[in-house]
Design a protein around this ligand. Structure first.
Ligand code: NAD
Length: 368
């Protein structure tokens, strides 16, 4: 409620006030707020950006209005496909010029992981809000620099955690928080797929920052945190590699890892680039359980608990995500599960701790 309306309400004058001359402007202000659309430019026009662009066609509070790409032919194609005007097209070298573009509110960074920091900071310096894909960066140090840059520039930094807006996921989270499963003491997360083309950036450490853990294992880290509702205090981890040529130095193929939480809960997880059909969460408590499979794929997400299946209809994740992010930015809406830079950073600390545990063979403690 706006301060002015709140004051009038408090004073019991709402009805009277609405007959006053400024009633119209008040109503206009409120409807403008409700109707404000987040005008987004996508940076990096690869496969995930295409998925986001398609999903945004049915958004009500967000709209694709611009592109940033290093490939002129792609820009041309996207202009035609999504009706992007020429003045909203940029290259990686001209990002700074977005500062002067009043028709763009936010840039969604969907480039390879190692470029997220450079691209996020460039967008922040151009004075635009940043939505950045997961993992937010390839190290916690980079993540911290991104948060600082966005803070200095006075822009929002949101991480593309689409599951944080998915209805079945949120239902399980709410049930866990309400105690429906009793004391939740165990989480299992299985995240993996068979990766194809060996020459892609995901298998190049300089661009990916790591292997399956950075890319897909991070879903189990994130899922353990949101389904248990706690932050881990230790990790242990073990790595196995069946193809050291495809998965070179610094590119993890398969890691099993465990996390311990302050309540005594534990998580047991698998991250891999060598198995398909591996997309499952299981949460066990003293009074019940929740199971999700698929748990983080593009959906439909299937979830059930000890009392039966959850029935929330499937909505394209990125559609909900972008509408909700518009509300976070414009209406200061508070999400049940955070999607800010600090949230991205928490996952990166854990990725680093897991890599450290693999290397040392030791349990790694995390600060509370
Ligand atoms: P992609 O390879 O399909 O697209 C990457 C884009 O970045 C391409 O358009 C490419 O041209 C561009 N690019 C710019 N500089 C590049 C460089 N130096 N090397 C290679 N490409 C360069 O990858 P993607 O699958 O779209 O992934 C992009 C990001 O999105 C990654 O961070 C990934 O983790 C994330 N992602 C998130 C989800 C999700 O569900 N949230 C799903 C897929 C990917």
């Amino acid at each position: 409620m706006s301060t002015r309306r709140h004051f009038l309400h408090q004073a019991g004058l709402t009805t009277l006030a609405l007959s006053l001359p400024f009633a119209n402007s008040l109503a206009q202000e409120s409807s403008q707020k409700d109707q404000r659309v987040l005008r987004v430019a996508l940076m990096g026009l690869g496969s995930y950006a295409t998925r986001v662009a398609e999903a945004m066609k049915t958004c009500t509070k967000a709209k694709l209005v611009g592109v940033i790409s290093g490939t002129p032919s792609k820009i041309e194609l996207w202009q035609q496909k999504y009706g992007i005007p020429p003045q909203n097209c940029y290259t990686y070298d001209t990002v700074a010029e977005i500062k002067n573009n009043k028709d763009i509110d936010a840039v969604y960074v969907i480039t390879p992981n190692a470029l997220h920091k450079e691209h996020t900071i460039a967008v922040a310096k151009a004075g635009k809000h940043v939505i950045c894909e997961k993992p937010m960066a390839i190290s916690s140090q980079e993540g911290k620099e991104m948060i600082a840059a966005c803070k200095t520039a006075g822009v929002r930094l949101l991480i593309g955690y689409r599951m944080h807006f998915e209805a079945n996921t949120l239902d399980v989270v709410k049930r866990q928080r309400a105690g429906e499963f009793g004391k939740t003491l165990f989480f299992q997360g299985l995240s993996g797929f068979v990766i194809g083309n060996p020459s892609q950036w995901r298998l190049n450490k300089a661009l990916s920052g790591g292997g399956a853990m950075m890319d897909i294992g991070i879903y189990s880290i994130n899922g353990a945190r949101y389904l248990l509702g706690e932050e881990p205090i230790w990790v242990t981890a073990q790595e196995s590699k069946t193809d050291p040529v495809k998965f070179g130095e610094g590119i993890d193929e398969t890691i099993t890892f465990q996390m311990g939480f302050p309540s005594g809960a534990t998580a047991s997880c698998l991250s891999t680039y060598s198995l398909n059909y591996l997309d499952k969460f299981f949460l066990s408590g003293t009074k019940g359980f929740a199971e999700m499979q698929p748990s983080t794929g593009y959906g439909p997400i299937k979830a059930w608990t000890h009392s039966g299946p959850l029935q929330h209809p499937h909505v394209t994740h990125q559609t909900t995500q972008m509408d909700e992010m518009a509300a976070l930015i414009f209406d200061d809406k508070q999400p049940l599960l955070p999607v800010d830079g600090e949230e991205g950073l928490k996952d990166l600390y854990l990725v680093e701790a897991i890599y450290q545990a693999v290397k040392s063979g030791q349990k790694v403690s995390l600060p509370r």
